[in-house]
Design a protein around this ligand. Structure first.
Ligand code: CA
Length: 229
């Protein structure tokens, strides 16, 4: 999420254009993941959770529009900015008309300076939005606006206490929280709750998070408390 080096996924079937884009993005300090293939693009979105996707509209196989639609309807990735690259301005009009949810559109041939400026603008915007609405760690995503939690893109059912516990963990992944600190944060200072109650709710949270399999993301730190990751 807040990587110092944001990951940009570039999906472009023309090798020369792909190279130029990757070269220039890397020159700007981005980590670049690339593919010429539409269906591989969707796999890479899952595996790499890129901070931004640069997506060619005309691709063999799965079209850019279909890829964009799938990214934007996946709760785990819908906030990932997508910039569509189109060969002609009529295509851009069409993309707009189709309401794929793309965040920006650039017509080929584009100016690299302008394209890079748009990439940076989208990243700034999504960072700000993510801070407000979405917390994530690994394959877990919590949307604080809709109060929904997802793991690997599947929605999980959490009770209100488990939801607040997970929010606390997601705010500082890796930090070890003592039971007392969790009581203060999740239940509030003025309420008397036995520290064992924390263990009970941690158990429920773990169960919910591992409902569809996957590793236990919550670490028990002996004598200290709990941590995410
Ligand atoms: Ca193309």
């Amino acid at each position: 999420m807040a990587d110092l080096q944001p990951t940009v996924l570039v999906v472009e079937d023309e090798p020369a254009q792909l190279e130029v884009l990757a070269y220039n993005l890397e020159g700007e300090g981005f980590r670049v993941v690339r593919t010429q293939n539409g269906s591989e693009a969707l796999l890479l979105v899952e595996e790499e959770a890129p901070d931004l996707v640069l997506l060619d509209w005309m691709l063999p196989g799965t079209s850019g529009i279909e890829i964009c639609r799938q990214i934007k309807t996946n709760p785990a990735h819908r906030l990932t900015p997508v910039i569509m690259l189109s060969a002609r301005s009529e295509e851009v009009d069409k993309v707009r008309g189709l309401e794929t949810g793309a965040d920006d559109y650039v017509v080929k041939p584009y100016s690299l300076v302008e394209l890079l400026a748009r990439v940076r603008a989208q990243l700034r915007r999504s960072r700000a939005a993510a801070l407000g609405e979405r917390l994530s760690f690994d394959d877990i995503v919590l949307d604080s606006e809709t109060h929904k939690v997802f793991r690997k893109g599947h929605e999980l059912k959490l009770g209100p206490t488990e939801f607040r516990l997970l929010t606390t963990f997601l705010e500082k992944p890796g930090r070890v929280w003592s039971r007392e600190q969790l009581l203060d944060r999740v239940w509030g200072r003025d309420i008397y709750v036995d520290t064992r109650t924390v263990d009970v709710h941690i158990g429920r949270l773990r169960k919910a998070l591992m409902r569809d399999g996957g590793e236990d993301p919550i670490r028990t730190v002996r004598g200290a408390g709990y941590a995410l990751g």
